[in-house]
Design a binder for this molecule. Structure first.
Ligand code: ADP
Ligand code: ZN
Length: 629
């Protein structure tokens, strides 16, 4: 049965059901089309004794009835006080219906049954979705039941990725090399009785190559690769996820040796018993996963790799020996790693002689592998757009702004007032960034809207960071507050804008973590109330006293209030400088870190060449301080 026929059939079914529900309320529907007759004819028929029964509706002047020969009729009646008497005298059966018409019943029945119908519709819809998923999964052949897995299967021939494509994360690569050996010749390991772990957990932030690594193992070993995301297991219907797990393991065993890759395993593998009311479906799925992990033996040749960036929230049962008992950390690449990743991704990109990947790597602290790949791609697109034959350093420079800040939205029109507000706001951030200690240097300040932001100040770390000092955190809070403070000082309390909402969120976030995560508040002391699974406080009722929780709140508030007061003081003191920055921003729209500094020092702006040509300060990385609309 193809999809269309099924669709039509289910509609017919639904409509049929509707009529079944509604029909008993409307005799007309069952009785066929009544023949319309005049009132006098009707009275004559009554007197002649031809009428068997009539249906009178209270609110209607229309009346229907059945003749002795079984035919159905209807007529419009005038006000006739004697009619009922006449009918009774002639032995006509009288049926009186209440005021609602048949179609009224139909409508009310519809409303009454609507939720039920909706449910049926939804069930049909999601059953179909699931079947669609199974088909897309490409396990090939056969009927697809509801529980069929959504996994994608890659045959060895199709996997072109090898370890050569994975750069800059050598430690992780080394650890995984023995897996390749095992998959290539499982018998060798079986013979000596050595045990290869069957489950491995790849831990690291998105975009650092976890999927790439898993695929490379399959590519190197020449075995099939099954890939599924943890979120594919989480379904509305209890039991579906579990049956998908069963299904994928079954298929994998048939295709062994092979690799199962479960991305985002935290979607199913979250700690159970977190006291927030269980999720039956997820727990069943997780249990099934545990059962499957235990159910095949080491040397069956199935290796399960799972990826997550939240290993800390996984259910401990998942991490027990025999399950995902090996953990491989996939970290952000360091400078060397970044250069190697750039090299891999520029393999097929013609580069101008002026391109120095080391310089690009040095300027991209905090970039993930995926962001670097994106950077190369954007640079190549820019060069192609200008009909160039190779990608130049300038293209990397422009691409970097796009990757860090998002694409420019020249089309967005701002009023002059909004522009002015944004200029003072951004100048506020910039001024504070120049004044506070241990602050990442400014890369660019712009009032050109990009992505979701009206303007932004991009600051870049000078080198890879491992930890952050308290001074630095406080400086970041101050910079975040600089925008709102400038608005308030220049335009007054009544004219502050909504432009600071993401700034305030950022400031609050840092302050909160200082208090409950990093032990940086004297009143709270060296205690932590941070629960990584939920982001913030531990379950307040049993872990934190009322008193402590109030202290936390007041400490967070105190940090921010002190910072805001200080920031307002700094802006008031340097009001002239801030104003000059804002005016330059209104004139040029984008200023480099150097230019901002020159303005601060009272020097003139040198604007001979467009700033894009200025490559001395090639730097990338870090997160922009951006302002939402
Ligand atoms: P994750 O699974 O950790 O989220 P992916 O493996 O999906 O990350 O990475 C996305 C893309 O980023 C890859 O397809 C690849 O192009 C690029 N990439 C990430 N890490 C690396 C790396 N170490 N070497 C080369 N390319 C990488
Ligand atoms: Zn801001």
């Amino acid at each position: 049965m193809n999809r269309n026929t099924k669709n039509i059939l289910s509609w017919i079914f639904l409509i049929g059901l509707l009529f079944l529900i509604a029909a008993p309320f409307d005799s007309k529907i069952l009785g066929g089309n009544p023949k319309e007759i005049t009132y006098s004819k009707f009275i004559k028929a009554v007197s002649a004794g031809d009428v068997k029964e009539v249906n009178i509706r209270n609110t209607s002047s229309k009346l229907t009835g059945v003749l002795n020969d079984g035919s159905v009729f209807s007529t419009i009646t005038p006000y006739d006080a004697k009619m009922v008497e006449k009918l009774l005298d002639n032995g006509v059966e009288i049926k009186v219906e209440s005021g609602d018409s048949g179609w009224g019943y139909l409508v009310s029945a519809l409303i009454q049954w609507f939720p039920f119908l909706l449910l049926i519709g939804l069930m049909i819809y999601s059953a179909r979705q699931m079947q669609g998923g199974g088909k897309g999964g490409g396990f090939g052949g056969g009927a697809f039941g509801i529980g069929k897995s959504k996994a994608k299967m890659f045959q060895p021939k199709k996997i072109k990725i090898t370890f050569a494509d994975v750069a800059g994360i050598d430690e992780a690569k080394q650890e995984l090399e023995e897996i390749v050996d095992f998959l290539k010749a499982p018998q060798k390991y079986q013979r000596l009785g050595g045990k290869i772990p069957r489950g491995m957990l790849l831990v690291g932030d998105p975009g650092n190559g976890k999927t790439l690594l898993a695929k490379a193992i399959a590519g190197e070993a020449g075995v099939p690769f099954f890939s599924i995301s943890g979120s594919d297991f989480v379904e509305v219907f209890v039991g579906v996820g579990a049956s998908r797990v069963r299904d994928i393991f079954e298929t994998a065993k048939k295709n062994s040796p092979c690799i199962i890759f479960i991305d985002e395993i935290d979607a199913v593998g979250r700690r159970r018993d977190s006291g927030r009311g269980g999720n039956d479906e997820r727990e069943q799925t997780l249990n099934q996963l545990l059962v499957e992990m235990d159910g095949f033996d080491e040397n069956q040749g199935v290796i399960v790799l799972a990826a997550t960036n939240r290993a800390d929230i996984l259910d401990p049962a998942l991490l027990r020996p025999g399950r995902f008992d090996r953990r491989i950390t996939v970290q952000y690449p360091d400078m060397n790693g970044r250069e190697k990743i750039l090299t891999v991704h520029t393999k097929n990109v013609p580069l101008s002689p002026d391109v120095d990947l080391k310089t690009v790597a040095r300027g991209t602290p905090g970039f993930s592998g995926a962001e670097l790949a994106n950077l190369v791609n954007e640079a190549a697109l820019l060069a192609a757009r200008d009909d160039k034959l190779s990608v130049a350093m300038k293209d990397f420079e422009l691409a970097k702004d796009k990757v860090i800040m998002g694409a420019e939205r020249k089309s967005m029109s701002m009023t002059d007032e909004e522009k002015r507000n944004t200029a003072y706001h951004e100048a506020g951030h910039a001024l504070i960034a120049l004044l506070v200690p241990q602050c990442d240097p400014i890369h660019k300040v712009t009032i050109i809207p990009r992505g979701g932001a009206l303007g932004m100040v991009v600051r870049l770390p000078e080198k890879d960071k491992v930890s952050v000092t308290k001074t630095e955190l406080l400086s970041n809070i101050r910079v975040s507050l600089g925008g709102r403070a400038a608005e308030e000082i220049f335009f007054g309390q009544d004219n502050i804008t909504t432009g600071a909402s993401s700034d305030l969120k950022q400031a609050t976030d840092v302050a909160k973590k200082m208090v409950i995560k990093w032990g940086m508040s004297d009143k709270i002391g060296l205690r932590t109330f941070y629960d990584s699974a939920d982001g913030y406080y531990l379950d307040a009722s049993d872990q934190i006293s009322q008193n402590t929780s109030e202290t936390i709140d007041s400490e967070v508030k105190a940090i921010i209030e002190a910072a805001y007061a200080e920031v307002k003081g700094m802006i008031t003191k340097h009001k002239k400088k801030l104003e000059r920055m804002a005016l330059s921003l209104l004139e040029h729209e984008t200023l480099t870190g150097d230019e901002v500094k020159r303005i601060f020092e009272g020097k003139k702006l040198k604007r001979a060449a467009p700033i894009e040509d200025d490559l001395d300060d090639f730097k990338l990385g870090g997160l922009p301080t951006s302002d939402e609309e």
